[in-house]
Design a protein around this ligand. Structure first.
Ligand SMILES: Nc1nc2c(ncn2[C@@H]2O[C@@H]3COP(=O)(O)O[C@H]4[C@@H](O)[C@H](n5cnc6c(=O)[nH]c(N)nc65)O[C@@H]4COP(=O)(O)O[C@H]3[C@H]2O)c(=O)[nH]1
Length: 882
C-alpha cells in the first residue's frame, strides 16, 4: 500500500469546505483504488485520521464492498459520459481498527471528470436507526400476536400504529387508519361527552387509566370496548405518543345489562313469571339462535313453567305438574340429576320421546338444560336453551347460561321466600288452611259475591275437650287431631265453600249462598263425620266438635259481628252437651256478655283476694276420727252473689286464671293448716283440688316446696287432688310433676275415680296415695246393684294397691254403713258436714271431738256395766260414730 499527498483533488475551496462540514462521511477513491479524499465525518466513522488513509489503497478502510464497487466501474456509456453520476446505495458493516462495529448506509457515486474516473462514497452511521427499526419489528411481531387491539397515536391522537388484532376487531388495516384521529375514527359523535372527557383525563394522568366505551367498527356495528390508555412523554413532560390497549367487552357488557334488567325487575317487585319472560326475551336478543325457558321445580319435584315466551303455549302448559325423573326430557332429567343435560337431537334422544312432538313441530331440535340450585343446594329450577339445529352450546351460550342460572336462582329463591312469608302470614302452618287474616278476606269475598236474596252461613267450630287431649296426650297428639279434623271437615263441604283455622282448636266454615236449613245439613254431616275416634298410636281418641252458626245478612252484615255471633252460638252448643250445633239467636249475645262479665269479675276477685276456702271433714270409718279436710273454693261476688266452683273453675280454666287459683288454694290451705296447728287443732291432712292444667306446669313441685317451707308444714300434711284426665298420657309433663310431688312427700289423691277411663294397669304405676269414689256411685250405692258393684271393685283395687279409699258425697247413715261394710277407709259428705268456713270448721271439729269422746265414754261405760264372763269390753268401729 502506498501513500499519496493530500489533497489530491483540485476542488474549489468552497466545495471542500462544504464537504468538510457534511454530516455524512465522504471518501473519494481514484481509479487506481487509492483514497484521495477523506473528510472529517469519515474520520469520525472510521476513527482514523485522514493522514492515515489518504493515498493508501481503499482496502485500508476494511470495506470489501467499497473495494468491489469501486472496481466495478461502470462503462462511460453506462454512466452517461463526462460528469455523469450514478448513485448506488447499500447497507454495510464497518469494522474499525479498535474492533468496534457499526452499520452504515453506503451510497456510491461514480464520477468521470477530465478523463479521470473517481468513485465518491457517502457513508452514514445508521447503527441506531437499524437497531430502532429492528426493535419496532420485534414489537410489531409481539403486538400482532396478542388478541387485544393496540393503537399508538402521536400527541394529536393521530394513529401511527395499529396491530393485527385491531384490524380483526375493527376491520381497518393500518394503511386505512394511519394518520386519522383515533377518537373520531372509533367513537365518532355517538359517545357521550363525559366518557370522552374521562378518556382525555386518563391520557393526562401519569399512570393512565381504563374506560369502557361504545365504539364502532368499519361497518358501523357497535363494539363495547375497554380502553386502557397511557401517554408517553418527552423529557419535558409533553405527551409524545399515546398507547391504548382495547379489549372487546361486548359479551360482558351484554351479560351485565341482562343482569341489570333482572335485578331492577326484582327490585321493582315484578311478578316472577314476568321476570322469567323478560329474562328469556333478553337472552334471545343476545343469542338470537336460541329459544330459552325457565322452569320452577317445587319441593315435591314437580315442574312449573315460569317463562318461555318463544315456546308454544300448549307445550308449556303440558309441562306444568310433570314430575322430574331420569328420563324426563332435558329439564326433568337435569333437575333430577342436578347436572346439565344436553340432548343434541330431540328426535332420537330416548329422554325426549314422550315430549318431542311439539318442540319438533316448531323447529326446535336440540335442548340443553342446566339445573338452578338454591344456596342450600336444592334444585329449584332449570334454565334451558332450545336450538333450531342439532348442536351443542357455544362458549357464548355457556356464558349466558352461567349468568341466567345465577339470576334464575336469585329470582326463584326470592319468590319462594316471599311465598313462604305469604303462607306464614295467611295460612296456618299445621293444617295448611287459611288463617284468621285470610279468612276475613274470604268471608268478605263471600259476602261481596253473595247473590241477592241469598245467604252466607258462617259456622264457628270448637273441638270438644281439646285441652284434655293436649294436656294429657301431649301436643303432637293434639296436632294430629287438628290435622285429621281439618281433613274430615274439608270432606264434608263443597269445593267453593271455605274452611279456615282461627287458631287453637277453633275453625270457621263459610258456606256461600247457603241458608240456615242447608247450613244445618252441613253441620249434622260434620258431627257425624267426627263420630269415628281418631287412632293415635294404640289409643283411640274420641273426637267431636261444637258448632255455632250465624247467617248473613239475617244475623249481621259485618264480618266481626258474624264471627262473634257464631262464637256465642258455639258456646251454647257446648253447654248443650257438646258434639252438636246451635244457630245464633239474639239472647245468646246476652249470655256471651254475661260470660265476659263473669270472667272479669273472677279476675278482680283473684286480684282482691276475694276467693275463700271452705273445709269439709273426712272421717275414718274405722274409728270415726278425723282423717283430713278437703279445701273447696268459694266465691261470693257482690253483684253475682255466690258462684259455684262448678261454674267458676271451668271459667277460670277457659280464661287462663286456673294457674293462679291453684297456687292460691295451696297457699291458703297451708296457711290455714298452720294456723289450726298453732291453735292446737289436730287435723292430719288437707286436700287441695287442682285442675289438670296445674299439673302441666313443671314448677309445681318447687312452688309447693316453697309454700310448705313458708308455713313450716310437713309434706305429708298436704294432699293434692287430681282428676283422671291428668293421667291419660303416661309420658305427659303431668306424670313427671306428680312424681316430683310424691318425692317431696306430698300426697296425691285421684278424685272422681270411676268416671273416667283410666286403665287399672296404669293406676298401679301412678304415684298416688288415695282413691276417691265419685259422688254419683255413692248416691246410688244402696239402691243400684251396679253402683254397689263399682264401689266394691274400686275398694278392692284400692286395697290391693294399698291406697286409702275415700267415698265422697255421703249423705245418709245407710250409705255410710254400707260403704264401711264394703271396706271404704274414709267417708266425706253432708252426713258429717258440708264445706265450712275455717272458723265454722274449727267449731265443728271441737264439737265432733267432744261428741266422739262422750260416745266412746258411754260405750265404754255400757260395756263395763254388763261384762259377760271372760269377755273383753267391745267397741263398735262402724256404727254410731260422730
Ligand atoms: N250433693 C252433695 N255434694 C257434696 C256432698 N259432700 C260434698 N259435696 C260437694 O261435692 C264437691 C266435692 O268436690 P269435688 O268432687 O272435688 O268437686 C269440686 C272440685 O272439682 C271443684 N273445686 C272446688 N274447689 C276447687 C278448687 O279450689 N280448685 C279446683 N281446681 N277445683 C275446685 O269444684 C267441684 C265442686 O265443688 P263444690 O261445689 O264445692 O262441691 C264439692 C262439695 O261441696 C254431699 O254429701 N252431697
Amino acid at each position: 500500500m502506498r501513500t499519496r499527498d493530500c489533497p489530491v483533488v483540485e476542488t474549489p475551496d468552497f466545495l471542500l469546505a462544504a464537504l468538510e462540514r457534511a454530516n455524512d462521511a465522504v471518501v473519494i477513491i481514484d481509479s487506481d483504488l487509492h483514497v484521495s479524499y477523506f473528510n472529517a465525518a469519515a474520520e469520525l466513522i472510521w476513527r482514523l485520521d485522514r493522514t492515515e488513509v489518504l493515498g493508501r489503497h481503499v482496502s485500508c478502510l476494511g470495506l470489501e464492498e467499497l473495494r468491489q464497487q469501486s472496481v466495478a466501474t461502470p462503462a462511460s456509456d453506462q454512466i452517461g459520459g463526462d460528469d455523469a453520476i450514478q448513485d448506488r446505495c447499500s447497507e454495510i458493516r464497518i469494522e474499525r481498527r479498535d474492533g468496534s462495529r457499526i452499520r452504515a448506509a453506503l451510497s456510491l457515486s461514480h464520477v468521470e471528470a477530465g478523463g479521470q474516473h473517481r468513485t465518491i462514497a457517502f457513508v452514514r452511521d445508521i447503527t441506531r436507526e437499524i437497531e430502532r427499526r429492528e426493535r419496532m419489528a420485534l414489537l410489531t411481531l409481539v403486538a400482532d400476536r396478542t388478541n387485544r387491539a393496540v393503537i399508538v397515536t402521536d400527541r394529536d391522537l393521530k394513529i401511527i400504529y395499529t396491530n393485527a388484532a385491531f384490524a380483526g376487531l375493527f376491520g381497518y388495516s393500518i394503511g386505512e387508519v394511519s394518520g386519522r384521529q383515533a377518537i373520531d375514527l372509533l367513537v365518532g359523535r355517538h359517545t357521550d361527552r363525559r366518557t370522552l372527557a374521562r378518556l382525555r383525563h386518563w391520557i393526562g394522568e401519569e399512570r393512565g387509566g381504563e374506560e369502557e366505551i361504545l365504539a364502532y367498527d368499519k361497518n358501523g356495528d357497535e363494539i363495547w370496548i375497554s380502553a386502557n390508555v397511557k401517554a408517553f412523554r418527552d423529557g419535558r413532560g409533553r405527551v409524545k405518543y399515546t398507547f391504548a390497549l382495547l379489549t372487546d367487552i361486548s359479551e360482558t357488557k351484554q351479560l351485565r345489562s341482562l343482569q341489570q334488567l333482572i335485578l331492577s325487575a326484582l327490585a321493582d317487585e315484578i311478578p316472577i313469571t314476568e321476570i322469567a319472560d323478560r329474562l328469556c326475551r333478553r337472552v334471545e336478543e343476545i343469542a338470537p339462535d336460541v329459544v330459552s325457558s325457565l322452569l320452577h321445580i317445587d319441593a315435591g319435584g314437580l315442574v312449573h313453567p315460569l317463562g318461555g315466551p318463544s315456546l308454544p303455549e300448549d307445550y308449556s302448559r303440558a309441562l306444568d305438574g310433570v314430575a322430574i325423573g331420569p328420563d324426563v326430557g332435558s329439564c326433568g332429567s337435569a333437575a333430577f340429576y342436578g347436572k346439565p343435560v344436553l340432548a343434541t337431537d330431540i328426535d332420537t334422544d330416548p329422554r325426549w320421546q314422550p315430549y318431542k312432538t311439539r318442540p319438533l313441530e316448531v323447529g326446535l331440535h336440540a335442548c340443553w338444560s342446566t339445573p338452578i340450585k338454591s344456596k342450600d343446594g336444592r334444585v329449584i329450577g332449570t334454565f334451558a336453551f332450545y336450538f333450531r339445529e342439532s348442536r351443542p352450546p357455544s362458549r357464548w351460550h355457556e356464558r349466558i347460561v352461567d349468568a341466567c342460572v345465577h339470576l334464575g336462582a336469585l329470582a326463584i329463591e326470592r319468590w319462594e321466600a316471599r311465598a313462604q312469608i305469604a303462607r306464614l302470614a295467611y295460612y296456618d302452618m299445621l293444617t295448611g288452611l287459611p288463617n284468621r287474616a285470610r279468612l276475613r278476606d274470604l268471608i268478605a269475598e263471600a259476602i261481596r259475591t253473595c247473590h241477592p236474596g241469598k245467604h252466607v252461613a258462617l259456622a264457628f267450630l270448637d273441638v270438644d275437650n281439646f285441652k284434655d287431649v293436649n294436656d294429657t296426650l301431649g301436643h303432637s297428639a293434639g296436632d294430629e287431631l287438628l290435622v285429621e279434623l281439618a281433613q274430615r271437615l274439608r270432606a264434608q263441604i263443597q269445593p267453593h265453600d271455605m274452611l279456615g283455622r282461627l287458631g287453637g282448636d277453633e275453625f270457621v266454615i263459610v258456606l256461600p249462598n247457603r241458608d240456615a236449613g242447608e247450613a244445618a245439613l252441613v253441620a249434622s254431616r260434620i258431627t257425624e263425620s267426627l263420630v269415628v275416634p281418631l287412632q293415635i298410636g294404640t289409643r283411640q281418641v274420641p273426637m267431636s266438635a261444637s258448632m255455632g252458626i250465624s247467617i248473613y245478612p239475617d244475623n249481621a252484615t259485618d264480618i266481626d259481628a258474624l264471627i262473634q255471633q257464631a262464637d256465642a252460638a258455639m258456646y251454647h252448643a257446648k253447654r248443650a252437651g257438646r258434639s252438636t250445633y246451635r244457630f245464633f239467636s239474639a239472647d245468646m249475645n246476652r249470655l256471651a256478655e254475661q260470660r265476659l262479665a263473669h270472667s272479669s269479675a273472677l279476675r278482680s276477685a283473684i286480684a282482691n283476694d276475694a276467693l275463700k276456702l271452705h273445709y269439709q271433714p273426712q272421717i275414718r270409718t274405722s274409728d270415726g276420727a278425723i282423717h283430713g279436710v278437703e279445701a273447696l273454693a268459694r266465691w261470693r261476688d257482690p253483684v253475682l252473689g255466690e258462684v259455684s266452683p262448678a261454674k267458676f273453675i271451668p271459667l277460670a280454666e277457659e280464661c287462663g286464671l286456673i294457674e293462679q287459683i291453684g297456687h292460691w288454694s295451696i297457699r291458703e290451705a297451708c296457711r290455714q293448716m298452720a294456723e289450726w296447728r298453732e291453735a292446737g287443732l289436730d287435723i292430719p291432712c288437707v286436700s287441695v283440688n287442682l285442675s289438670p292444667i296445674n299439673f302441666q306446669n313443671p314448677s309445681l313441685a318447687s312452688v309447693v316446696t316453697g309454700i310448705l317451707a313458708d308455713h313450716g308444714l310437713p309434706p305429708e300434711m298436704l294432699m293434692l287432688e287430681v282428676t283422671e284426665g291428668v293421667i291419660l298420657n303416661e309420658r305427659s309433663v303431668a306424670i313427671e310433676t306428680m312424681n316430683a310431688l310424691r318425692k317431696l312427700g306430698v300426697g296425691l289423691s285421684l278424685d272422681d275415680f270411676g268416671t273416667g277411663y283410666s286403665s287399672l294397669s296404669r293406676l298401679a304405676h301412678l304415684p298416688i296415695r288415695e282413691l276417691k269414689i265419685d259422688r254419683s256411685f255413692v248416691r246410688d250405692v244402696e239402691a243400684d246393684p251396679s253402683a254397689r258393684a263399682i264401689v266394691t271393685a274400686v275398694v278392692r283395687v284400692g286395697q290391693s294397691l294399698q291406697l286409702t279409699v275415700v267415698a265422697e258425697g255421703v249423705e245418709t247413715d245407710g250409705q255410710r254403713d254400707l260403704l264401711a261394710e264394703l271396706g271404704c277407709d274414709v267417708i266425706q259428705g253432708f252426713l258429717y258436714a258440708p264445706a265450712l268456713s275455717a272458723a265454722a270448721f274449727g267449731r265443728w271439729l271441737l264439737d265432733h271431738s267432744a261428741k266422739r269422746a262422750s260416745a266412746m265414754l258411754r260405750r265404754v261405760g255400757r260395756c263395763l256395766a254388763r261384762p259377760p264372763a271372760g269377755s273383753p269390753p267391745h267397741v263398735s268401729t262402724t256404727k254410731g260414730l260422730g
